[in-house]
Design a binder for this molecule. Structure first.
Ligand SMILES: Cc1cc2nc3c(=O)[nH]c(=O)nc-3n(C[C@H](O)[C@H](O)[C@H](O)COP(=O)(O)O)c2cc1C
Length: 150
């Protein structure tokens, strides 16, 4: 069984797109280092106001990782939406691909009824998972397309 945790938090990174990008780079590099060590995978969705993240792995590792993330000053009010055990990982990589609101990715958000900002306080964890699964599939198809045409 794989432990799965879904949470949202308020993005407190200030200073516009440049600051956001710098912070995201730091989050990504720390995540790649720690998550590969800890067997954690998942998906990170974000905009200027919110982060929504899914973490999957061993229960203890997921809990430790979440507790470490929750203390991060780049966000606040981290709120767990759901924890459960799943048969197998739904997100076998750690990725935030497709989380960027490119015009192509926007199509996926629209399919889930999210035209504007993400409103995690109004979403159920199952809606978050469904959106993340479609963003993951979108990202994969994009990469395969690139490989084929390369
Ligand atoms: C929204 C958000 C998501 C994060 N996701 C992860 C993650 O999946 N894994 C991780 O190790 N750190 C993540 N971090 C970073 C941690 O809060 C923390 O800075 C990092 O784990 C510290 O790593 P270090 O002790 O190796 O420097 C995240 C931070 C934020 C703000």
């Amino acid at each position: 069984m794989v432990h799965q945790l879904v949470y949202y938090s308020r993005n407190t990174v200030e200073g516009g797109d440049r600051a956001m990008l710098t912070n995201l780079r730091e989050i990504v590099s720390a995540s790649q280092r720690n998550n590969s060590r800890d067997g954690i995978t998942g998906f990170l969705i974000f905009d200027k106001t919110w982060f929504v993240q899914i973490l999957e792995g061993e229960k203890l590792k997921v809990t430790d990782t979440y507790n470490r993330i929750a203390r991060d000053s780049r966000h606040s009010s981290a709120t767990i939406m759901n924890v459960r055990d799943v048969e197998a990982r739904l997100f076998p990589n750690w990725t935030m691909g497709g989380a960027m609101r490119t015009p192509e990715a926007q199509e996926v958000y629209l399919q889930h009824g999210i035209g504007g900002a993400i409103e995690p306080t109004r979403l159920k964890s199952t809606q978050v998972i469904d959106l993340a699964l479609d963003l993951q599939a979108f990202e994969l198809s994009k990469r395969q397309g690139q490989r084929l045409t390369a």
